[in-house]
Design a protein around this ligand. Structure first.
Ligand code: GLN
Length: 197
């Protein structure tokens, strides 16, 4: 069984754990560098990216996360997790993990409508994915090696760059597991590739 970790320092952790298990993979809580060595893929959950970064620093996990992203093990950032993964953040001098070749803008769907749900067309995954956005970021710009998987009102909300996946919304908050299943496949494929090298 493939092992998928969820960075569990802050944010929507248990919902991701349930979704991973619903997809037939083993879900592991990742709270330390040691935990990170046990997983085949990692989900960075939604929550609050600045709070998460403070905890990442407190537990000395920034360099191990940057190193993890350099391996071919898949990583999936959702909402605040997408912000952690991105190479650039609008209005911020420095990034966090900085692996995903994209610029993100935080809280970019307006203050009046903090949260909303919409049906999204997601390339190769769904024509009607129920996407929950909560004080969500969007992707302003991507590098040429990044594939756009979904947009909402002309804003990029989901991308893939090889083994890195990122989305603005919370796929774990509904019982539609198609996006988690897609990530689980990415993890399985990366393991199969490793086995043939
Ligand atoms: N607004 C949060 C941030 O900037 C992200 C919100 C979320 O993860 N739901 O970190």
């Amino acid at each position: 069984m493939v092992k998928i970790g969820v960075l569990a320092l802050q944010g929507a952790v248990s919902e991701h754990m349930n979704s991973i298990e619903a997809c037939g993979a083993e879900a592991l809580i990742v709270k330390s560098t040691d935990d990170l060595t046990l997983v085949d893929g990692l989900i960075l959950p939604g929550g609050e990216s600045t709070a998460m970064r403070r905890l990442i620093d407190r537990y000395d996990m920034l360099t191990p996360l940057i190193e993890f992203a350099k391996t071919e093990k898949p990583m999936f950032g959702t909402c605040a997790g997408l912000i952690l993964l991105a190479k650039e953040i609008v209005g911020d001098d420095s990034a966090h993990i900085g692996a995903l070749n994209a610029t993100v803008e935080r809280n970019s769907f307006g203050r009046q409508v903090d949260s909303f749900e919409t049906q999204l067309e997601v390339k190769d995954i769904a024509t009607d994915f129920p996407a929950v956005f909560i004080r969500a970021p969007h992707i302003v710009e991507v590098g040429s090696d990044v594939e756009i998987l979904a947009t909402h009102e002309d804003k990029i909300v989901m991308v893939r760059q090889g083994h890195l996946l990122g989305c603005s919304f919370h796929p774990e908050l509904t019982i539609d597991y198609r996006i988690t299943a897609y990530f689980t496949e990415m993890v399985k494929e990366s393991l199969a590739k490793k086995a043939t090298v």
